[in-house]
Design a binder for this molecule. Structure first.
Ligand code: PBG
Length: 329
């Protein structure tokens, strides 16, 4: 960056008209980059609003297909599926059941909307009676790493068998990308990409999600497996490991409070990088907008543009459908 000499230095020249401003814009936000999360639950005709996430619902598969159809028609290219099972246990058996809730949702969505990219969240917390993202050793009060890996691998393979286009492990166990890649390959799914939640922080911004997914830990917290919000170098090590283990795309989560991490990850590795604008990022905007304190559309678009500027190729957001409308309008 060389410093222009006087009198060239008048940056406002290029801000005079919308045409000029658009022409010199360095970053674009487009619908092609957006992913809309969904929460599937058993039943029929179920639309259960999530109190802390206005506009977001737990949906039975029939309703989920309806909403996914509307989202696809609005221009949303991809969805991320979570499941809330009927029963939880200590082995997360619902996570890898052939006819589990996510597996059913994947089949139904792919049947109706073959062109919609279906990404599945691979984790066990929604399926564990204790709500942790791994097998718990009760006496030691610990979440066990290696014994959890086969469960994650089975879950990922069952999602691929159901027709998932991409699997996205969000558990933060060490070695899970390798375990999942190995299992997918052995099952013949060599072409199924892994989007790894590589730098996932132990964040208070997940609060509303835990209501949505009914996945709050029953004791303790997730700080022994999710990252400390204080750390950057560790995020780069996490991402490096996941890439070495076979991740095709990497994620930083949450987004807004972690744009520096997003930027470092993108510039260091150059990999396709996703930002997850998590539940509280959504709820905060919705709540302030409902009070008339902020302009929802303008604030949402600015936040997402900030993620793009920081280096996100892909943005997971609960506002994906509205954003598609705003980008057209
Ligand atoms: C599951 C998972 C969580 C989120 C995505 N996958 C919750 C958590 O780790 O507690 C959070 C998403 C959001 O807040 O929108 N492990």
């Amino acid at each position: 960056m060389n410093r222009p000499e006087f009198p060239a230095c008048r940056p406002r020249r290029l801000r005079q008209t919308p045409v000029l401003r658009r022409m010199v814009a360095e970053t674009q936000l487009s619908a092609h980059q957006l992913v809309l999360p969904f929460f599937a639950r058993p039943g029929k005709k179920v639309r259960r609003p999530i109190g802390s996430m206005p506009g977001v619902f737990q949906l039975s598969v029939d309703e989920l297909v309806k909403d996914a159809t509307a989202a696809y028609a609005a221009g949303v290219p991809a969805v991320l599926l979570f499941g809330i099972p009927d029963r939880k246990d200590e082995r997360a058996s619902g996570a890898y059941a052939r006819n589990g809730i996510v597996q059913q949702a994947v089949r139904a969505v792919k049947r109706e909307l073959p062109g919609l990219l279906v990404i599945t969240d691979v984790c066990v917390c929604e399926y564990m009676s204790h709500g942790h993202c791994g097998i718990v050793h009760r006496a030691a009060g610990r979440v066990l790493n290696d014994p959890t890996l086969p469960l994650l691998a089975r879950t990922a393979v069952s999602h691929a068998e159901a027709g998932a286009d991409v699997v996205a492990p969000s558990d933060m166990m060490d070695g899970r990308v390798r375990a999942i890649r190995t299992a997918l390959d052995a099952a013949g799914f060599v072409d199924t990409p892994i989007l790894s939640y590589a730098a996932k922080y132990a964040s208070a911004f997940y609060g509303p999600f835990r209501e949505a997914a009914e996945s709050a830990p029953q004791f303790g917290d997730r700080r022994s497996y999710q990252m400390n919000p204080a750390n950057t170098e560790e995020a780069l090590r996490e991402v490096a490991l996941d890439i070495a283990e076979g991740a095709d795309m990497v994620m930083v989560k949450p987004a807004l409070a972690y744009l520096d991490i997003l930027h470092r990850v993108k510039t260091t590795f150059g990999y396709p990088t996703a930002a997850y604008a998590v539940s509280a990022e959504h709820s905060m905007i919705k709540a302030a907008a409902a009070k008339g304190w902020i302009d929802e559309r303008a604030v949402t678009l600015e936040a997402l543009l900030g993620m793009r500027r920081a280096g996100a190729d892909i943005i997971i957001t609960y506002s994906a459908m509205e954003v598609c409308g705003w980008l057209k309008g």
